[in-house]
Design a protein around this ligand. Sequence first.
Ligand code: ASP
Length: 326
Amino acid sequence: MPAAVLAAALSGPLALHGAIAQAETAYPAHAITLVVPFAAGGPTDVVARALGASMSKTLGQSIVVENRTGAGGTLAPAFVARAQPDGYTLLIHHNGMATAPALYRKLQYDPLKDFSYIGQVADVPMTVLARRDLPPDDLPGFIKYAREQGNKLNLANAGPGAVSQLCGMLLQEAIGTQFTTIPYAGTAPAMSALLGQQVDVLCDQTTQTIPQIKARHVKFYGVTTLERIKALPDAPTLQEGGLKGFEVKVWHGIYAPKGTPQAAIDKVNAALRTALKDPAFTQRMAELGAEIVPPEKQTPQGLQTWLQSETDKWGAMIRKAGVYAD
Ligand code: ASP
């Protein structure tokens, strides 16, 4: 609690009311931290830094990105859920906010109870990649090879709760094989391992993989959307390559601790919506295959409703698969 508000609280309700009103109109009075659950340089970090740079123009304060990695991206929400609800600590996260409650039996937070909601950002396709020297050159060839090799193939991911883990799980199920999975603190280090030929397969978001695909540093088997994407018009979908109905899209939300003042939520939401129209942000996202969400998803209600439906959907699928992370 700001010192001025505390002092006012000691001198009576009217002074307190005035001090709170003053603190809220002064918000933000200093830099805001945006917590990213994965390693710097990865797809979530790429969106966070570009979004933060745009939002800070409206807020008049810098947005400082803090990478809090670990446990498949669940340590960061646990930290933000317990942070001061003063508007100076925010979280950006993806589908992991909806899958973690089913994957983790001892989760340190409840995504549907411990947060205030700011809004959604963008939807990002995923891509299935292999190290450059893996023999198969296309998805049908990879499907055949993966069935032959089984767990001799190493799939890198960012741990249970990461979308790279979710995509890997769906991929091995669709192919009918079982990879050996190697977890990293994010798909930035996972990509380094793939480029270094230390792992064989990686399913990751276009916000990190498009530059590597265009530079032909990796083998590329397709995108995880049902339709081809504008950013990679010649790239086949996994559905075209033989995995009928295979779809994984990565959505992103901005959160604050439960109890964050409405005035702060409104200001951050206004800065978010301005950023989602800022060509400096939208052009960069388009190049990286990310699709800005429509206005109705850019609101607190638009995020909260979506999170509830995704939690119900993925929760049922994960519980049916009987997989747990802890
Ligand atoms: N999006 C995560 C990252 O930025 C990776 C993942 O969720 O798979 O590293």
